[in-house]
Design a protein around this ligand. Sequence first.
Ligand SMILES: CC(C)(COP(=O)(O)OP(=O)(O)OC[C@H]1O[C@@H](n2cnc3c(N)ncnc32)[C@H](O)[C@@H]1OP(=O)(O)O)[C@@H](O)C(=O)NCCC(=O)NCCS
Length: 166
Amino acid sequence: MGAEQKHKEGAFAVREFRAEDAAAASEILREAREAASWSRQALLEFMPLPGAVALMSERAGRPTGFVLGRLVADEAEVLNLAVREECRRQGEGRALVEELLRRFAESGVSRVFLEVRESNRGAMGFYERMGFRQSGRREDYYREPQEAALVYEQNELSTRLVPKTS
Ligand SMILES: CC(C)(COP(=O)(O)OP(=O)(O)OC[C@H]1O[C@@H](n2cnc3c(N)ncnc32)[C@H](O)[C@@H]1OP(=O)(O)O)[C@@H](O)C(=O)NCCC(=O)NCCS
C-alpha cells in the first residue's frame, strides 16, 4: 500500500509520513500538549525502525495530523497521535487510526495497545469510539507533569476491520 487516499467526508487525505514531514509533525505536537512531545529528530529516528508505521493527514498540501505505531509479531502499539486543533472533530483522527489499524491487521496483528494520560478525556472518548477498551493503569507513567497512564487495548483486530474501499 502507499497510494494517497482521499477521504470521502472531508477535504483531507491520509498518506505515508515522509522525512520532510518531521518538522511539521513536531510543530503539531507543540500545540497538542496532551500528546507525547517528540522532537523532529526523534520522529526521524523512529521512521526506519522495524515495524514502524507512520501516517500523515493533510489538507491542500498542509500537514494537519499524524499517527505513529509500531508492530512486533502479532502485537502493536499506537505511539503518538495528534490532529491540529482547528481540524478536530471532522473525522481526521478516525481516518488516521483506521488506516493504521488496517495496516496492522494486514500484517497479522491481533492485539493493539496504547497509553493515554489519565486527564486526557478527549483522547479516551476518541479511542473508546475507535473500539479500544481500558485494560490497565500505570501509576506515575508520565513526567512533566507527572501523571498515571491508562492502558487501552483492542483485540481481534482483523475481524472488526472492514476492507478498504478506495
Ligand atoms: C485525539 C484526537 C487525535 C482526535 O482527533 P479528531 O480528528 O478530532 O477525531 P475525530 O474527528 O476522527 O473523532 C472521531 C470520534 O471520536 C470521538 N471524539 C473525538 N474527540 C473527542 C473528544 N474530545 N471527546 C470525546 N469524544 C471525542 C467522537 O465520537 C468523534 O466522533 P464525532 O465527532 O462524530 O462525535 C485529537 O483530539 C487530538 O489531536 N488531541 C490532542 C492530542 C492527543 O490527545 N493525542 C492522543 C494522545 S494518546
